[in-house]
Design a protein around this ligand. Structure first.
Ligand code: ADP
Ligand code: MG
Length: 695
């Protein structure tokens, strides 16, 4: 029996789903029968053919068969059972760490065994460790599977086998009548539409025997592309809706007094670049509209984003509103505070500061002044969007280094300034140059401006890669820089994700360096120091009173000391490309030639090698970002998992870049021709996961 409502029934309608299973299914986002259908395989196992032992490659997951020639228990560091098997083309060792007496007897010389597992390198030959296995009779043919085995994302207590059984039931409900096509006529022009949704879903859950295995495993099969297309469309449509909802709000018209901007520009020690001017114009246009601006400014490290933000702030304050700028670290927030004081106080604009580490009485005063409106411009960390912070009349929110914050934090800060249906304008800035396709997806709710030009007179940083056995040579370079009065950063990278250990390592390095370089004035900053101490050291470094600054990655974002022209990064192989690029951006800010030494601890993995090579070869943030996307995937590139980018089920922002590009048009058509289907499309793919309606 099939009816239209069938797929929206709860999963408890299915055989084998009681309260416990339902609860586990809910954990992976499955509530209704339809949700099961959209719970797509992560990958496949191929048990449809036997591989000759002589043909195996490392890391291959495959089905093999052979005769046990030798079976022995080895007593080494760990007791293990080793079975040597042969099939006439080659040999392989099966290794078991856990085995019963019975198993040991079964896996004896002369037995024929079929195994499924991953091929690895053993001490003396290729191995499979704890393969799934089956003993088979010496004579006759035992058939292999006819279909690929899908492997689903799952959760504790929910077996692949149970999921597969549930999917069989759910697929039985599936019929063209019950799962409506939501794509538009426009989409049907694209080759992905050669398959209907139902066909595509059936295909990926139960690939037929004649499937092109390679395509399916690579996720390039037309049915997978059909699904990826729809998934990307659903995401884009949801982001457009989010943006539409914001546009329904009103925002203050920030038409500041021209005199203020003139005065501000006149006191700057440099003229703006053309790119800065263009982006400022885009921003000023936006904030003069009665709807909230939502603009992302992308500009490589050192492109001069701060002054662009300051121009917007001047316009807001000059129009009678408060402005706030949030930075991800105290160090950076403090630096902005100093910069803005220098720039804005001459204009009569009162600048304030709010961070987690203020004393209670300092904080109380700041809060009072924010509320009364005495502070016109507030700088700070995420301490700015705690509950007790109340603004008088917030007109503009700027978020620096946006990739360090999640979409929720961004929206939360905006909501701070919300009054009735009024919302402040929002400007977010990032130095992570995001490849276009990724930006279109992750920031589809924002307009994007790009500062694609560096201030004049910068010479690109020269980068070298060196193993840490050459540490002495590197220290000697630091000594030379010191003699030439060039300042140096020495960066210690994250150890095991522990801030404590990281600080420890930085302390050790500082001591060792001071011993090796007794003539240099060396100081240390790390995340666990008091913020006043950090600030003091940064000021001394800026003022040239410190020659060598040993630091943890706290200095990664934003810190600006133009006289620093050498940076050494210890264990550079531990960091991602985008982060290394950010760090390196701390040098090369003045006019002297700057250098960066990426020191690594051998041996380097292939991936590590590729990353360091890329940095050595280019300073172009966009090229680096594209490489990073390819090497590590979008989640890593954007910094965290909370960027607002969902975990896609089939779509792959690297492999499906071509689809991302056409989805823009497709979303336009969708929303024009069939806006009433938007909710069904979004729910189908994202359930309630993309729900920014409240924030
Ligand atoms: P980022 O984009 O990395 O945030 P900053 O705003 O910190 O860059 O600017 C980097 C440095 O360049 C600062 O010292 C800043 O004063 C300087 N700068 C910004 N704009 C210009 C310009 N148009 N000409 C010269 N120097 C500039
Ligand atoms: Mg900056």
């Amino acid at each position: 029996m099939i009816d239209k409502e069938a797929l929206s029934q709860p999963v408890t309608q299915l055989k084998g789903v009681g309260a416990k299973v339902a609860e586990r299914l809910q954990k992976i986002g499955i509530q209704h029968i339809q949700d099961l259908l959209f719970h797509l395989p992560l990958r496949y196992q191929d048990r449809t053919r036997l591989f000759p032992l002589g043909s195996l490659r490392l890391q291959q997951e495959c089905l093999i068969e052979g005769m046990i020639k030798l079976s022995q228990v080895k007593f080494g560091r760990r007791r293990s059972l080793l079975c040597h098997i042969e099939d006439g083309t080659g040999s392989l060792v099966l290794r078991f760490f856990h085995f019963s007496k019975v198993q040991q007897q079964q896996l004896a010389k002369g037995a024929r065994i079929r195994c499924f597992g991953e091929v690895r390198n053993g001490p003396s030959s290729l191995e499979m460790v704890h393969p799934e296995y089956q003993l088979i009779a010496a004579e006759g043919l035992v058939p292999v599977d006819t279909e690929l085995t899908p492997i689903y994302p799952t959760t504790e207590g929910l077996h692949q086998l149970s999921l597969r059984k549930l999917l069989k039931q759910a697929l039985a409900y599936l019929d063209n009548n019950t799962l409506p096509e939501l794509l538009t006529d426009h989409d049907r022009l694209h080759p992905v539409a050669n398959y209907s949704l139902t066909e595509a879903l059936c295909y990926v859950h139960q690939p037929p025997p004649d499937v092109d295995v390679h395509q399916l495993l690579e996720r390039t099969h037309p049915t997978q592309r059909r699904l990826a297309y729809e998934e990307l469309l659903a995401h884009q449509v949801s982001m457009r809706q989010l943006r539409q909802r914001t546009l329904h709000h009103k925002a203050p018209v920030l038409a500041g007094v021209d005199e203020h901007s003139q005065q501000f520009l006149a006191q700057l020690p440099f003229p703006l670049t053309t790119a800065q001017q263009r982006v400022i114009d885009e921003i000023l246009f936006d904030i003069r509209q009665p709807q909230p601006m939502q603009r992302l400014v992308q500009g490589d490290v050192g492109s001069g984003k701060t002054v662009v933000a300051a121009m917007a702030v001047v316009a807001a304050v000059s129009a009678g509103y408060q402005a706030v700028m949030m930075a991800p670290t105290e160090l950076l927030a403090e630096q902005h505070f100093q910069t803005f004081k220098t720039w804005l106080e001459p204009l009569g604009m009162n600048v304030g500061w709010c961070a987690g580490k203020q004393t209670a009485s300092e904080r109380k005063q700041v809060l009072a002044e924010l509320k009364s409106g005495e502070i016109r411009v507030a700088l700070g960390t995420h301490a700015l969007f705690q509950d007790e912070v109340i603004f008088n009349n917030l007109g503009l929110v700027v978020i620096d280094e946006q990739h360090r914050f999640g979409v929720h934090q961004r929206l939360a800060l905006r909501d701070k300034g919300r009054q009735l249906d009024h919302m402040p304008h929002q400007l977010v800035m990032t130095a992570t140059p995001i490849p276009r396709t990724l930006a279109m997806t992750a920031y589809a709710d924002l307009n994007v401006s790009v500062i694609d030009e560096l201030p004049p007179g910068r010479s690109p940083v020269t980068t070298v890669v060196m193993p840490d056995v050459r540490r002495d040579d590197i220290v000697a370079r630091v000594a030379v820089a010191g003699q030439e009065k060039r300042q140096v950063y020495w960066v210690c990278t994250l150890i095991e994700e522990s801030e404590h250990l990281q600080c420890q390592a930085a302390e050790d390095s500082a001591i060792a360096l001071q011993q090796a370089l007794p003539d240099l004035r060396i100081a240390l900053v790390h995340g666990r120091m008091k913020s006043a101490d950090k600030e003091l050291i940064m000021q001394q470094f800026k003022a040239g009173e410190i020659d060598l600054l040993v630091a943890t990655t706290v200095i990664e974002v934003g810190v600006d000391v133009p006289n620093a022209s050498l940076m050494v990064i210890e264990n550079a192989e531990r960091l991602g490309l985008a982060q290394l690029h950010q760090l390196r951006g701390r040098v090369g800010r003045g006019s002297v030639q700057s250098h960066c030494v990426l020191m690594y601890h051998p041996p380097l993995s292939d991936n590590g090698q590729a990353r360091l090579k890329c940095l050595r070869e280019t300073n172009d943030g966009f090229v680096i970002a594209q490489r990073d996307l390819e090497l590590r995937g979008p989640g890593e590139l954007l910094g965290t998992r909370q960027t607002g980018l969902p975990q896609f089920r089939v779509a792959d922002l690297v492999e499906d870049q071509d689809l991302v590009a056409v989805i823009q048009d497709a979303a336009d058509h969708f929303l024009q021709s069939t806006p009433e289907r938007a909710d069904a499309l979004i729910t189908r793919w994202f359930g309630h996961k993309i729900d920014f309606g409240q924030v």
